[in-house]
Design a protein around this ligand. Structure first.
Ligand code: ATP
Ligand code: MG
Length: 454
């Protein structure tokens, strides 16, 4: 009789994923307390299982060209983030806060795919098929090509994939599925990694596109092992303020397209709708004569968006004044405050400074420097910016204004939304295509812009 080997146990940190041979109270890797959980080490035979058939090496010139087929969903915001559609056989991981609308968006994507006569298998591991049906009815989705099953066992799911041969598989969510040979609860580091690996291998071998939905931790990162992000081709984050109706889909990794792209949707009763005019979302409808607000034509991914930067300065009652940012890079703001203090002599050392990009969007490009600087000064001097002028430019350490990229796209978007005046860096004057109806002022010094605008 074959003797069963006792599985080797290890203790895996649920935060960083590192393994320890014995239990300790504090993870030696990340220093977190009480995060080690007993798990069974991956059986050796699984570790050595060949990925994608284990072919011998061949010259790259002899590798057959796959037609770079992409599944185009027709949801333009989504297709653009993916680099023109879902690459056939690729794996996508989509993470987001609870209730943000992950199941909704994947159901809508599935619906669009079924309309192109593709077969979609939706594995709902968190909800019963009746609950999913309720959502589908609300989203007006009905197609015989959309197969749905409420299942959590990876072996059964794999069998379904083999049997029904879908073009697209969705696992909602990866934290809820499990492999029977690993005796730990679903959602633990080992279970998530092994389950994902089994699915990724199977789908890659069969040329099926796979979408995994993942939970996020309190800190906003995808829950489970970091390796999960390495295993997949594309990582998307679905973000947004739950108190507002719009949602942002962001690519943080994409093997088949650019990252930094964002797609903007609005949550409605009938599901997520693409936002046709996103610039309007990020400009508060407030009084243009308010102090401390400046609009900048920023570039998010490849797309120009008008974003309002708001700043507030107030006298500090602490020895170290407070600096808070939201949607802006903290270090960038610290540098801008230092330039204002040293080059323009503004005594900000006694002021608490708060800077915010309206609408929960992240503006991390230096082209927004000038807008941040003038917003802070406008609040400090309690004077609004003249005529609601847009401001664009990177600030150098000596207080000079440096050129920005894609100037013409930014100008076009500004003119399209009806803005009449914009300050741009003087070095951007070459090769400028001036749109109709907007006055362009160019400047190369921060001091000069302050004198003109405030
Ligand atoms: N009748 C409705 N009208 C408008 N919006 C709704 C309606 N029902 C649900 N929603 C929206 O859908 C969201 C839930 O969507 P969904 O179930 O897709 O989220 P999820 O990210 O999959 O959540 P979970 O993490 O629980 O799986 C709700 O937060 C709400 O904003
Ligand atoms: Mg869900």
């Amino acid at each position: 009789m074959k003797q069963l080997k006792r599985p080797k146990t290890v203790y895996v940190c649920q935060k960083c994923g590192s393994a320890c041979p014995r239990w300790v109270g504090r993870c030696p890797e990340c220093g977190e307390w009480g995060t080690l959980v007993e798990e069974v080490a991956t059986p050796q035979e699984q570790k050595t299982k060949p990925f994608l058939g284990g072919d011998k090496p061949i010259p790259i010139t002899q590798v057959k060209n796959l037609t770079t087929a992409r599944l185009v969903t027709g949801i333009q915001e989504f297709d653009r983030i993916m680099g023109g559609g879902i690459v056939v056989g690729s794996t996508i991981l989509i993470g987001g806060d609870p209730g943000i609308g992950k199941s909704t968006i994947v159901l809508q994507i599935s619906h669009k795919l079924t309309q192109s006569n593709l077969k979609v298998l939706y594995i709902s591991a968190e909800e019963s098929v009746y609950q999913s049906k309720l959502r589908a009815e609300r989203l007006q989705i009905d197609s015989d090509n959309l197969l749905i099953a409420s299942e959590t066992n990876i072996e059964v799911i794999s069998a379904y994939i083999e049997e029904y041969k879908p073009d697209f598989v969705i696992i909602d969510s990866i934290q809820m599925v499990y492999r029977t040979e690993i005796p730990t609860a679903p959602g633990t580091v080992t279970q998530v990694r092994e389950s994902a690996m089994a699915l990724v291998y199977l789908c890659k071998r069969k040329g099926i596109s796979l979408m995994l939905i993942g939970h996020v931790t309190k800190e906003g990162a995808l829950a489970g092992p970091r390796t999960l992000e390495h295993m997949v081709d594309t990582v998307l984050y679905f973000e947004g303020d739950r108190f507002q109706s719009f949602r942002i889909l962001r690519a943080v990794k994409n093997r088949f397209g650019s990252t930094n792209e964002i797609g903007i949707f609005e949550m409605k009763n009938e599901g997520l709708e693409e936002v046709a005019n996103p610039s309007e979302l990020f400009i508060a409808q407030a009084d243009r004569k308010a102090t401390g607000t400046v609009i900048v034509p920023a570039l998010i991914g490849t797309r120009p968006l008008l974003i309002e930067i708001q700043a507030l300065t107030s006298r500090s009652y602490y020895a170290t004044p407070s600096r808070r940012v939201s949607g802006i890079d903290f270090n960038r703001m610290a540098m801008i405050l230092a330039v204002l203090e040293r080059r323009l002599g503004v005594p900000l050392g006694s002021q608490d400074v708060f800077v915010n990009a309206v609408g929960g969007v992240k503006v991390d490009e230096p082209a927004a420097d000038l807008a941040v600087a003038i917003a802070v000064l406008s609040s400090y001097k309690n004077k609004p910016v003249q005529d609601g002028t847009l401001l664009l430019g990177e600030i150098g350490l000596s207080g000079e204004i440096r050129p920005v990229n894609h100037i013409n796209n930014r100008l076009q978007e500004s003119a399209r939304l009806g803005f009449k005046k914009i300050v741009i860096p003087a070095d951007n004057n070459k090769r400028l295509l001036k749109p109709e109806g907007i006055t362009i002022i160019s400047s190369s010094s921060l001091q000069n812009v302050v004198e003109m605008m405030l």
